[in-house]
Ligand binder design. Structure first.
Ligand code: AMP
Ligand code: GLY
Length: 425
C-alpha cells in the first residue's frame, strides 16, 4: 500500500514510524516532511496548506490511503478534496474540523449540548470586550477565535493584562484575522489532561492519556508554546475521571457533531481540566496533538493502519485499540528564543541519542553540505518508553543530553509534576 501523510513535524514522524510497522505498507510519501522524516519516507516539497498542490500530486501519483495530520489543511478542506478524488483518508472534513478551527463554534456546541466547559462570552467588537473586562471575575482567559498556532490564548490575572490582551487581538491584529473575534472565558483550575481519541462518528476509543508542558520555562513559567514535552499516561486521569469523561464529554461530543450534521471522523483531541467540579473541556483539537502523539503512539500495541482504515470505513467498533501498561516521556529540544524569534540553520550534533531513544524530528533540514540543521522553533522530540514513568523520564533525558547545537533549549522538568502526583506529594 502507498500512503500519503500530509504534514512535516514530530507528530507526522511518529505517525509514519508507527504506520511502517504494518508490512502491508510498502511506500509512504510525506508532504512536505522534513530531514528526519526523509529517513523513513519519501518527502515531496509540497506545503501542507497547498491543497491544490496536494490534489495535483495525488492525481499524478495515485495513493491508496491518506493521513492528514495538521490543523490548517484539515480546516482548509484537504480531506474533502482528497475524498472528491476518491482517496480514502484519515481526518475530519472541513465542517467537522471547525471544532478546532473556530473556538466560537466549539463553545456554542458545548453550551447547546450541555458539555462541561468554562463559562464564556463572545465579542466581535473591541469596545464591548474592553467594557466587559473592566468588571468580569479574575483571572480571565482571552482567546482568539481562529487558529493561532497555540499562541492565541492569554491568561490574565489583572484588568490591565486583560485589556492589553483584548487590544492586542482586536485592535493591533496580533493574531491576524484569527483575533477579530474573541472568546473571553472563565479561568479553570486543576490539573490538565490531554486525551486523544479515535472516532468513526459512531464509537469513540480513547488512547492512553497524556500530559503536555505548554509553557517554555521550567516550573510552568514564561509564554505558551506548541508544547515543550509530554508524558503518558497522565496520573490525574484516574479510572473515575475517565469514566466521567466518556459519559459527560466524549460520547456527548460525538453525538453533538452528528446532530449538527457534521460527523467527526479521525482523531479528536480533548484538552481537559480536571476541576473540583469534575472534568471540563478547555479545547478540542481536530487532530493528533504534538508532542502528545510522540508519547501515545509508541505505547499503542494495536496496528495503526488497521485502526485508521476502520475509522474511515465506520467500523471502529470491530477493531482493537490497545495500549501497553508502560509509560513514555518526550523531551522537546527547541531553538533559543522560541516561542519568540529564533535563528535557523544551526548544525545539530545528535551524539548517541538515536541509539538511546526514538528521536522524532519536528523542525530539521539539511544545509548545503548535507549537515542536519535546525529549521524551526521546536526541532527534535527525544522519546523513551519504559515500564515506569520514572525510568522513561530518566532515559529520555540521558538521550536528550547527547544532543547539542548552538542555542539549544529544553525544559529540565518534563514529567516532574506527574511523578510527584504518583508519589502522592
Ligand atoms: P488552548 O489553546 O485553548 O488549549 O489554551 C492554551 C492553554 O491555555 C491551555 O492548555 C491551558 O493551559 C490554558 N488555558 C486555556 N483556557 C483556559 C481556562 N479557561 N482556564 C485556565 N487555563 C486555560
Ligand atoms: N500539544 C498541543 C497541541 O497539539 O495542540
Amino acid at each position: 500500500m502507498k500512503i500519503l501523510v500530509v504534514g512535516g513535524g514530530g507528530r507526522e514522524h511518529a505517525i509514519i514510524k508507527k504506520l511502517k510497522e504494518n508490512p502491508r505498507v510498502t511506500r509512504i510519501v510525506a508532504l512536505p516532511g522534513n530531514a528526519g522524516i526523509a529517513q523513513d519516507a519519501e518527502c515531496v516539497p509540497i506545503k501542507a496548506t497547498d491543497i491544490d498542490g496536494i490534489a495535483q500530486y495525488v492525481r499524478e501519483h495515485p495513493v491508496d490511503f491518506a493521513v492528514v495530520a495538521p490543523d490548517d489543511p484539515l480546516a482548509l478542506g484537504c480531506v474533502d478534496r482528497l475524498h472528491a478524488l476518491g482517496v480514502p483518508c484519515f481526518g475530519p472534513d472541513a465542517r467537522a474540523a471547525r471544532i478546532e478551527a473556530s473556538k466560537v463554534f466549539a463553545k456554542e456546541l458545548m453550551k447547546k449540548y450541555g458539555i462541561p466547559t468554562a463559562a464564556y462570552e463572545v465579542f466581535d467588537e473591541a469596545g464591548a470586550a474592553l467594557e466587559y473586562v473592566k468588571t468580569c471575575p479574575l483571572p480571565v482567559v482571552v482567546k482568539a477565535d481562529g487558529l493561532a498556532l497555540g499562541k492565541g490564548v492569554v491568561i490574565c490575572f489583572d484588568r490591565r493584562e486583560a485589556e492589553a490582551a483584548v487590544r492586542a487581538a482586536m485592535i493591533d491584529g496580533a493574531f491576524g484575522t484569527s483575533g477579530s473575534r474573541i472568546v473571553v472565558e472563565e479561568y479553570l483550575e486543576g490539573p490538565e489532561v490531554s486525551v486523544l481519541a479515535f472516532t468513526d462518528g459512531h464509537v469513540v476509543k480513547p488512547m492512553v492519556s497524556s500530559m503536555d508542558h505548554k509553557r517554555v520555562g521550567d516550573g510552568d513559567v514564561g509564554p505558551n508554546t506548541g508544547g515543550m514535552g509530554t508524558v503518558a499516561p497522565n496520573p490525574c486521569y484516574t479510572p473515575e475521571v475517565a469514566e466521567r469523561c466518556m459519559r459527560e464529554i466524549f460520547l456527548p461530543t460525538i453525538a453533538a457533531m452528528n446532530a449538527e450534521g457534521c460527523p467527526f471522523k479521525g482523531c479528536l483531541y480533548f484538552g481537559l481540566m480536571v476541576t473540583k467540579d469534575g472534568p471540563k473541556v478547555i479545547e478540542y483539537n481536530c487532530r493528533f496533538g504534538d508532542p502528545e502523539t510522540q508519547v501515545v503512539l509508541p505505547l499503542l500495541q494495536s496496528d495503526l493502519l488497521t485502526i485508521m482504515t476502520a475509522v474511515e470505513n465506520g467500523t471502529l467498533a470491530d477493531v482493537p485499540v490497545e495500549f501497553s501498561n508502560g509509560a513514555a516521556c518526550c523531551v522537546m529540544l527547541a531553538s533559543g528564543g522560541y516561542p519568540g524569534k529564533y535563528e535557523k540553520g544551526k548544525v545539530i550534533d545528535l551524539g548517541k541519542a538515536e541509539t538511546m531513544a526514538q528521536v522524532y524530528h519536528s523542525g530539521t533540514g539539511r544545509d548545503g553540505e548535507g549537515n542536519l540543521v535546525t529549521a524551526g522553533g521546536r526541532v527534535l522530540g527525544v522519546c523513551c518508553t519504559a515500564d515506569t514513568l520514572e525510568e522513561a523520564i530518566e532515559k529520555a533525558y540521558a538521550a536528550a543530553d547527547q544532543v547539542k547545537w548552538d542555542g539549544m533549549i529544553c525544559r529540565r522538568d518534563i514529567g516532574r509534576r506527574a511523578l510527584g502526583i504518583l508519589r502522592g506529594e
